[in-house]
Design a protein. Structure first.
Length: 186
């Protein structure tokens, strides 16, 4: 068996020796980073960015969403979606159209090229998943899926119950300035 790269060894040593009982959120974050990195390397071979993959994946499941719906499902702000869609349109993956009487809603539609990418890219994600769970018992995989789905559901319920929302970057800048002014007062 080959040894993991040095940065992976450092992460594993951190989790196994330094902080074996640290917060689950940090462990999930490190696992997510490793999964994303593995997929990004494979997507790069097809000149597709991870950000575009995120939107393509959503559109493969539900083509013809509005830009707002796409932003919500991707969990990103609308300006991020707008920028990504501009690039994806230039690459020939999507088109945007207005339909019917509502001139404000812009619908995002896959092109034939965008749809064709599904056949190339989905197997790459499946490969990453196979590699990630190599040697892990199927019962452990099922338990992990169940736990992670419960975590997602619990946090979504908490967000709904507290009516909290993710502030925009602009809002964060304003909050930071307000906080600085407050701290600077005598």
């Amino acid at each position: 068996m080959t040894r993991p790269p040095p940065d992976t060894e450092t992460i594993l040593r951190h989790w196994r020796e330094a902080v074996p009982d640290d917060r689950l959120a940090h462990l999930v974050k490190d696992a997510t980073r490793a999964l994303v990195r593995a997929l990004q390397m494979r997507l790069a071979e097809h000149a597709v960015s991870f950000g575009h993959w995120t939107f393509l994946r959503i559109l493969w499941e539900g083509d013809g969403l509005t830009q707002r719906e796409l932003s919500e499902q991707a969990g990103v702000m609308e300006p991020t979606t707008f920028s990504a869609l501009n690039a994806m349109e230039r690459l020939g993956y999507v088109t945007r159209r207005k339909r019917g009487g509502d001139r404000k809603k812009v619908y995002v539609l896959l092109t034939a090229k965008g749809r064709h990418l599904q056949h190339k890219l989905v197997p790459l994600a499946e490969e990453v998943n196979r590699i990630a769970v190599r040697g892990v018992r199927s019962g452990d995989i099922a338990a992990t899926r169940s736990v992670l789905l419960n975590i997602i559901e619990n946090l979504a319920r908490d967000q709904h119950a507290t009516d909290m929302r993710m502030p925009s970057t602009r809002d964060l800048v304003r909050l930071k300035a307000k906080y600085r002014r407050k701290r600077a007062r005598p």
